[in-house]
Design a protein around this ligand. Structure first.
Ligand code: GAL
Length: 968
């Protein structure tokens, strides 16, 4: 028989931030005071409601022998194979009735128990503090049977004074965690709902005279080159920075020449704060952040954010990240030219900010606040506009600022995300401005910028961003004075995002546009035994938002997606452009005077002295010469024309180009010597298009027509063989398995092309053969390709010719009737029985679509059919290699006139379209090859703007050819 403990429900539904916790203060990873990690194996009991069990489990002597074991930090729904409940994914819908501050009676509750001894050398004097770095969604805590308080604010630290309760051995720490609480209303971020003690639990010895809170003020005056340091500390002491000869009392300012901190050159000085009882290491970065002249400036210079939004994610452990995973994120970002992180949508584990300080990333630190679900009711009862919740909001703001204020990387505080507007937000902004005038305040929802220091938007389209850049956007007077960022853009869901380069051009063209943060860093797929990675709905949730949770630049296992590779190229810090030599048009020509390459330092602070440059020449995609290129160490913003050496070898008659690469000259903390930072290519001589003289005549047998090396079905005109290679199902193809961006978002009307395509039947085109004509020098097959129920279609003529050994197909397409939509693709597809290795000369090594192909470099590439596939968590169109001159696969060489996009896979487009998870894709015995004359762009319509007009594939007359040769 259990007793009802109404206090459990009352606690869960209490809008206050909690009770018993110490005031928030600076977080530091270590000091000479002892600490004891309480991470590890804990006992767990999960109950269906907040009060199903009484709190007697917190009493010393309680026998939890039959409880399960769980790892802390961790989420209980990601442990125990579902025995403790399952994850839930919603974007903005609350998975419970909107009835603030009430939460459902069905409120999974995890009682956690940990028994611990103090280490032998734990000091007998002083106090102790118990610190929780993150518990979702709330916790009540007992130590040795004493109720020490409770808290909400899942991704924020909470400390309790517990020295008086500790025993040398057998301490019983009991923590009751409810999945739902009043706090859940403030934590409606677009992510999995994952209850548990998911960050560290630590016992900290607090020596008498130990450090309490301290605030490192380290500014930099770019005019004098001096830094000013002042460390304010609740407990007086001294501050020393040996490298700068600083040794001053706390509270005293000292000005000395320093090297400044920036994301590009993250100079940190080791120091120490020494109070009577404790020595705390300091890592000091001198920098000054200000809004000046309508721009965000650091150390006197305007900066350009090349950022990402980062949720904390690991496919096995959710938001419980270990140090290696955090480091992996930072290294991946640095290696992909990312220079900024918005910690969407909550303060990250503090160790992540240490890494940002060390490796150099600008940080917008965002508070743990989102009330997006209130939008469903016109924002009625929104907690941020209800004074009863203001203490909770202020508590969250204070816990973020106090915890993270000593990080030089943090240059902007964000009030939260998608929480509407209200007095509570204003109160937060006022509190933050008052507490820390040395940083700027951001909140995207504040459209008039009443409370903020920068104008931020999400997913504004290119045209609007351009207007903002030109100052033609209107808005309040205050807003018009402010710098602009896209706090979210480039929705990286599935294949994409498209259009990043077009945004970057705008950012670089208009000072007011200070860059943006791609949404988002990582796909939040959950490792699943059958599905590979699970997304919303895979755990039987009654409400969910499907794979909208998989919208990252890296896959769940942190493998970079093509989107990240494209982004790296788009934001590269060195511009490498040029005209090369000359071009005499399509047929090559004689060599003219040497070309030049224009090198531009696009960095904000650093020169180029850390880089070496290499040039090379490629003839027909093969590198024939290479060397180093002397490039002056340009100052930020400067550029120079650098003469390229003249190619010594024969380039006439071949397609040739130069490639120049900028590489790290030496190992750095984040990348090895030789790591490529930027590159560029330019033409020397143009491609000579392939030519087949139609000298062979088709020969009609009873059932078969032969032409050169090929045989055709005489009745249908269908290609059957090319030499010994069987070819099946060759025909015009316009369908692609819609990408998430093709599908668009429910709230959009003009980017949902997948729906339009399906409604019009583009996924089920029928092919009617009009005639099969064996002429003197060609076999011509006339067809009409159109969907059932519609009158529009594509008149398609296949014209086959041969010079005896090679086979040329020319496809002519003419739209018929009224086409009101773009085409997904336009090309041919066919099946090959045996194909594995693939070689091509064209764009590579990864995939590229019209608006995502910046990183496609022209060269010779090799792969396999399997490796050509991009494993988007929800299967969709992928893997096209752009601008292919020729490709070899399955015993055939295929040359294009003009260049084409090449795709090959072991399943059909229809199977790819039908698949919901990668596990649905099983290889058949045919490899399906698509040779596309053109592809519709990708865009970012899954949340943002669709495909820009210049990347849309319009239904227009087109003609294109392929030349097939059987490989010997
Ligand atoms: C934004 C939101 C993000 C995420 C994104 C779509 O509106 O701030 O949290 O939901 O859209 O993936």
């Amino acid at each position: 028989m259990t007793t009802r403990t109404p206090s459990a429900v009352d606690f869960a539904e209490d809008v206050s931030p909690g009770s018993g916790a110490l005031p928030p203060r600076a977080w530091y990873p270590c000091s000479d005071a002892k600490s004891l990690s309480l991470n590890g194996s804990w006992r767990l009991r999960v109950s269906p409601t907040a009060d199903a069990e009484d709190d007697s489990f917190a009493e010393p002597g309680f026998d939890a022998g039959n409880w399960a074991e769980i790892t802390v930090p961790g989420h209980w729904v990601l442990q125990g194979d579902g025995a403790f409940g399952l994850p839930i994914y919603t974007n903005h819908l609350y998975p419970f009735p909107v009835d603030p501050p009430h939460v459902p009676t069905e409120n999974p509750t995890g009682d956690h128990l940990r028994v611990f001894d103090l280490p032998h050398d734990w000091p007998g004097d002083g106090g102790a503090v118990l610190r929780f770095d993150g518990v979702e969604s709330c916790a009540r805590v007992w130590l040795n049977g004493t109720d020490i308080g409770g808290f909400k604010g899942s991704r924020l630290p909470h400390e309790f004074a517990v020295g008086h309760l500790l025993k040398p051995a057998g301490n019983v720490l009991a923590v009751r965690v409810h999945q739902w609480s009043a706090g859940s209303y403030l934590e409606d971020q677009d992510q999995w709902w994952l209850p548990g003690i998911f960050r560290d639990v630590t016992l900290l010895h607090r020596p008498a005279g130990g450090v309490l809170d301290f605030f490192v003020h380290a500014s930099y005056d770019h005019r004098t080159g001096e830094g000013t340091l002042r460390v304010d500390s609740d407990v007086e002491g001294r501050v020393s920075v040996p490298a700068l000869g600083i040794d001053v009392p706390t509270g005293e300012a000292v000005t000395v020449p320093v090297r400044p901190w920036s994301a590009e050159v993250p100079t940190l000085y080791d120091g120490e704060l020494v109070t009577e009882g404790e020595r705390v290491p300091l890592r000091i970065g001198f920098r000054t952040v200000e809004r000046d002249d309508g721009l965000i400036k650091v150390n006197g210079r305007a900066i350009l954010f090349k950022g990402v939004n980062r949720h904390e994610w690991h496919p096995d452990t959710g938001r419980a990240l270990d140090a290696e995973t955090m480091l992996e994120d930072v290294l991946l970002m640095k290696r992909h030219n990312v220079n900024a992180v918005r910690t969407s949508h909550y303060p990250p584990h503090p160790a992540f900010l240490d890494l940002c300080d060390t490796y150099g990333l600008w940080v917008i630190d965002e508070c743990d606040l989102e009330t997006h679900g209130f939008t469903e009711q016109g924002w009625r009862d929104n907690p941020v506009d209800d004074d009863r919740w203001t203490p909770a909001l202020l508590d969250r703001a204070a816990r973020m600022v106090e915890r993270d204020k000593n990080h030089p990387s943090v240059i902007v505080w964000s009030l939260g995300n998608e929480a509407g507007t209200g007095r509570g937000l204003t109160a937060m902004a006022e509190w933050i401005h008052d507490r820390d005038a040395s940083r700027l305040v951001h909140y995207e929802g504040d459209i008039d910028c009443r409370d903020t220091d920068l104008y931020a938007r999400m997913y504004a389209d290119h045209a609007e961003v351009e207007r903002i850049g030109k100052g033609l956007d209107g808005g309040t007077h205050r807003r018009r004075q402010l710098p602009f960022i896209l706090c979210e853009y480039g929705h990286a869901m599935g294949n994409g995002p498209g259009g990043l380069a077009d945004y970057q051009r705008l950012f670089e063209a208009h000072d007011r546009l200070q860059g943006g943060f791609v949404w988002e860093w990582i796909d939040h797929g959950i490792t699943h035994p059958e599905l590979g990675y699970a997304y919303g709905g895979d755990f039987g949730e009654e409400l969910h938002d499907g794979n909208f949770v998989c919208d990252g630049l890296v896959f769940p296992d942190r493998r970079p997606s093509p989107g990240l590779v494209d982004f790296k190229k788009v934001i590269e810090p060195v511009g490498i452009e040029g005209e090369g030599f000359y071009g005499t048009g399509g047929s090559g020509g004689t060599l003219g005077s040497a070309g030049t390459v224009r090198i531009t330092n696009k960095r904000d602070f650093a020169d180029l002295s850390d880089l070496v440059f290499e040039w090379s020449y490629q003839v027909d995609g093969e590198t024939v010469e290479a060397g180093t290129l002397a490039v002056p160490s340009l100052a930020p913003g400067a550029s120079a024309e650098v003469k390229l050496p003249e190619p010594a070898g024969e380039v006439q008659g071949f397609e040739s180009r130069w490639t120049v690469r900028a590489l790290l000259a030496a190992d750095t903390s984040w990348g090895p010597r030789g790591h490529e930072v930027a590159w560029g290519q330019g033409p020397v001589t143009a491609r000579r298009l392939p030519c087949v003289v139609a000298s062979d005549a088709p020969v009609l047998d009873e059932r078969v027509i032969t032409l050169g090396p090929a045989s055709f079905d005489a009745r249908t005109g269908a290609l059957k063989t090319i030499g010994g290679v069987e070819v099946s199902g060759l025909r015009l193809d316009v369908w692609r398995a819609p990408t998430d961006n093709d599908e668009g978002a429910a709230w959009q009307s003009d980017t949902r092309w997948a729906t339009v395509w399906r409604t019009h039947g583009l996924h089920r085109m029928r092919h009617r053969i009009g005639s099969v004509e064996a002429g003197d020098d060609a076999l011509t097959v006339r067809t009409r390709v159109a969907p059932a129920a519609r009158e529009f279609g594509l008149r398609t003529v296949y014209r086959w010719t041969s010079d005896g050994s090679r086979l040329k197909l020319t496809v002519s397409v003419a739209p018929d009737g009224e086409w009101t939509m773009p085409l997904p693709r336009l090309g041919i597809r066919f099946g090959l029985r045996r194909a594995d290795a693939v070689k091509w000369f064209g764009g590579g090594p990864g995939e590229g679509y019209p608006d995502t192909d910046t990183a496609a470099r022209t060269g010779r590439w090799e792969s396999t059919v399997d490796l050509l596939q991009t494993p988007y968590v929800r299967p969709q169109e992928n893997g096209a290699r752009p601008d292919v001159r020729w490709a070899e696969i399955g015993g055939l060489r295929i040359e294009g006139d003009p260049e084409f996009s090449f795709t090959a896979r072991r399943w059909t487009t229809e199977q790819l379209d039908a698949a919901t998870h990668l596990s649905d894709l099983t290889p058949g015995d045919t490899v399906w090859v698509n040779l596309d004359h053109a592809l519709h762009g990708i865009g970012t319509g899954s949340c943002g703007p669709g495909v820009l007009p210049q990347y849309q594939l319009k239904a227009e007359p087109a003609e294109f050819s392929f030349i097939f040769t059987e490989l010997g």
